[in-house]
Design a protein around this ligand. Structure first.
Ligand code: UTP
Length: 296
């Protein structure tokens, strides 16, 4: 199963991090020195993705600009002979034609955002990557999933899952755990039912569906008529429940630390965690933090 395309839904309003997201896309919030969207594009590229599809909305044009050439900047950096910066910009410069942008005119939900990419994806399996969820690990979460997908049958769907406290399960999409399969340390299992935000006391497990998916194109047919679910939004989980009636779904307990950068506390934590893992910043950041904590 060759996964060539990834969809990045970036049309949400980011209300949990207002006012930062009033005029700026949430996906451009910066973790250390690069925007969220840059991390997930890098993760997808590492996983072998060749075509990057963004579902954008109003006020999101700067995401497209971020992946374009900036001639004035290139010119100015070349003039100053700043080799490190030039190399860094060149490293993430996409090839012409590798990226596509389409619009979700109204934020009707994640399921609807994915459906907006149907014509660009076409009739092949694809990945969905949510930019406000970062996983700190090498190899990245999507690479781990694609490696596992390669050992599964055609028409398999995969979702990344993570343990959450049982008393919090009513806030998440949760999956039931069926038979365990291979994968490193048996971290892959057949999903035995999915439910979006189960009422307290009814959750089939404490494994929540997180922001990485590998889906078969038949999901689009289901999304076309998917009704609004939790929160009045067209939910991807509800469409996956429909697809699970005819195709296999697997859960992958991935390696790595997941950071929810779409909440204020998660965003702050991610900045510290990613900063502390950066060899060029770690010692200085640690010293600053210790000094600050001693003074306050
Ligand atoms: P979230 O629910 O985390 O994002 O969706 P949000 O709706 O922007 O955030 P809050 O809850 O208001 O703070 C996960 C991803 O799906 C995209 C978002 O942009 C985010 O990257 N999304 C969500 C869409 O593209 N369209 C939608 O209708 C909803």
């Amino acid at each position: 199963m060759k996964i060539r395309k990834a969809v990045f839904p970036v049309a949400g309003l980011g209300t949990r991090v207002l006012p930062a997201t009033k005029a700026m896309p949430k996906e451009m919030l910066t973790i250390v020195d690069r925007p969220l969207i840059q991390y997930v594009v890098d993760e997808a590229r590492e996983a072998g993705i060749e075509h990057f599809i963004f579902v954008t909305g109003r006020n999101k044009g700067v995401i497209e600009d971020h992946f374009d050439r900036m001639f004035e900047l290139d010119e100015s950096l070349n003039g100053r002979n700043t080799t490190a910066e030039i190399a860094e910009l060149a490293r993430f410069q996409p090839e012409a034609g590798e990226m596509s942008f389409t619009r979700q005119q109204a934020p009707l939900g994640l399921g609807h955002a994915v459906w907006c990419a149907r014509d660009i994806v076409g009739n092949e399996p694809f990945a969905v990557v949510l930019p406000d969820e970062l996983v700190l690990n090498s190899p990245g979460c999507l690479k781990q999933m694609i490696d596992i997908a390669n050992g599964l049958g055609e028409k398999s769907n995969l979702v990344a899952v993570e343990e959450v406290p049982m008393e919090m399960t009513h806030q998440y999409g949760i999956c039931g755990v069926g038979e365990r399969h291979g994968g490193p340390d048996g971290n892959t299992f057949t999903i035995d039912g999915m439910v979006e935000k189960p009422p307290k006391g009814t959750s089939p497990s404490n494994l929540s569906i997180t922001g990485r998916y590998i889906l078969q194109p038949e999901i689009f047919k289901i999304l076309e008529t998917q009704e609004r679910g939790s929160g009045g939004e067209i939910q991807l989980t509800d469409a996956m429940i429909g697809l699970a009636k005819s195709q296999a779904f697997y859960g992958v307990e991935f390696e790595g630390e997941r950071h929810d950068c779409g909440s204020k506390s998660g965003f702050l934590r991610a900045n510290i965690a990613f900063g502390l893992r950066r060899p060029d910043l770690r010692d200085g950041l640690r010293a600053e933090m210790l000094r600050y904590l001693a003074e306050t």
